[in-house]
Design a protein around this ligand. Structure first.
Ligand SMILES: *Cc1c(COP(=O)(O)O)cnc(C)c1O
Length: 454
């Protein structure tokens, strides 16, 4: 009998994160200071993040960065995560393909996000900070950081996009259970929030605005730093523990992926899985390996965005980032249920896409939930809406293998469970979930507001 699960012993856990910036091909455009337009320095970044994270953000020299032992102790409360061989799915699809998935849903907060949340909390504590502030959409990131800051005994302030705050109370309750202070954004606590409320009292909020509020809060509270859940280099770095573990587990399974599929919101979970593999493609050792980034049709940054410098937030307080962007003022349609709602994308992933190392596809949400329901019925796991995107694409690729009679190895980066997303499943199961055409006019309007650079 072949194994269905690959467990890595805790003593064999990777001890270092992989910093792809040391191996990055081509000239990746730098982050720019929003005021001067000059390349951002470590001091600039340390105005926003803890100093250790600021140094990691701009580190292009060290390929390997050691995970501090105190943090390893925390990682060991849920890591290593398991690599599954999806025999039941292969059988159901009647495919010769081998399908694997590395599942991050077994962390305490239910996703990959604690990999960086605990790291950022650790560095903040070490620096003697009083707390971290952040934004959250549906609440995955906010709950991960609430847990991380609790583990390291510092405070946590979360600005939560108002529509989620009102409609999805469970993640907020989880954050408060961990001891965080969570307010709806726009809030009355910041200038950006108050300005928006004056203009638009019922504003549903957006991730971009919540980021602006969190940064403003940090500026007003010097004993706090800002913490971000995706997009930034140091965040993607912390997530590479996933792929480094997975390389060892695939070796145990005597397998190597031909295709790796992942979902991208800001890009952190997928980068965490594929960065450790793509170095074999960059080095020329595995030129044919395919890396497929999956995003929603209603928020299609990589497939439809412009590759331009833009802000990470809606007010313009973050560094300027060269990335595929729908415009920092873009707000995805409320009808969209599948997560992954950010207007931009990790600049590293954008750069690798420009160079042809990774592909991207955009998917309509009914097909995404259909795949999620199938996966739940076959594998038993109720996936978050985000990983349903790449589960769908993995299934399609496995069916292509059946047509072609090819036995490819497909690796799914599975970012987390959907136990707090049952309302979206309900909408799908009762036929209320609709596809939403790409909001072209909204995007065009938002892209008119891109900052002028150079
Ligand atoms: C936040 C989240 C994502 C999207 O964020 P990335 O930074 O792109 O990984 C995907 N899946 C889950 C389960 C999440 O919580």
């Amino acid at each position: 009998m072949e194994k269905g699960m690959y467990f890595l012993d805790q003593k064999d856990m990777p001890t270092h994160w992989y910093n792809i910036m040391a191996d990055m091909p081509g000239d990746m455009p730098p982050l720019l200071h929003p005021g001067t337009g000059k390349p951002a320095t470590v001091d600039d970044a340390a105005g926003l993040f803890s100093r250790a994270c600021a140094e990691q953000e701009l580190n292009t020299k060290d390929r390997w960065i050691e995970i501090p032992e105190e943090l390893m102790e925390v990682y060991r409360t849920w890591r290593p995560t398991v690599l599954h061989r999806a025999y039941r799915l292969e059988k159901a699809l009647d495919t010769p393909a081998k399908i694997f998935y590395k599942y991050e849903g077994t962390s305490q907060a239910g996703s990959h996000k604690p990999n960086t949340a605990t790291a950022q909390a650790y560095y903040a504590k070490k620096q003697g900070l009083k707390g971290l502030c952040t934004e959250t959409g549906a609440g995955q990131w906010g709950s991960a950081l609430s847990m991380g800051t609790r583990f390291f005994d510092i405070e946590c302030k979360v600005f939560m996009v108002r529509i989620s705050f009102d409609q999805k109370p469970y993640r907020r309750i989880l954050m408060e259970t961990y001891g965080a202070n969570c307010v709806p954004s726009p809030s009355t606590e910041t200038k950006s929030g108050r300005a928006m409320l004056e203009k638009w009292p019922d504003c549903p909020g957006s991730l971009g605005l919540a980021i602006s509020e969190a940064i403003e809060y940090m500026i007003d509270h010097p004993e706090y730093k800002y913490s971000i859940g995706s997009v930034a280099n140091h965040v993607l770095l912390h997530q590479t523990i996933i792929g480094e573990e997975c390389r060892k587990q695939m070796e145990m399974a005597d397998a190597y992926p031909d295709i790796i599929v992942g979902n991208i919101g800001g890009g952190s979970n997928f980068a965490g899985q594929f960065f450790p593999w793509i170095r074999d493609k960059i080095s020329g050792e595995k030129p044919d390996m395919r890396i497929i980034c999956c995003e929603p049709e209603s928020c299609p940054s990589v497939t439809k965005g412009l590759y331009e410098y833009d802000f990470g937030d809606s007010v313009g307080l973050t560094p300027l980032i060269k990335m595929y962007t729908l415009g920092h003022g873009f707000i995805p349609p409320p009808i969209h249920a599948g997560g992954l709602r950010y207007h931009g994308m990790a600049p590293t992933i954008c750069h690798l896409h420009r160079l042809g190392f990774v592909e991207a596809v955009a998917l309509p949400q009914t097909a995404v939930f259909e795949a999620g329901v199938k996966f739940a019925r076959i594998e038993g796991i109720l996936s978050g809406p985000e990983p349903c995107h790449n589960v769908k694409v993995a299934m399609d690729e496995a069916l292509k293998c059946r047509e072609a009679g090819e036995s490819k190895t497909i690796l799914i980066a599975h970012s987390g469970h959907g136990h707090f997303d049952l309302a979206a499943y309900d909408a799908y199961l009762t036929g209320k979930l609709q596809d939403y055409a790409y909001p072209e006019e909204e995007v065009k309007k938002a892209q008119l507001e891109l900052p002028k650079v150079g």
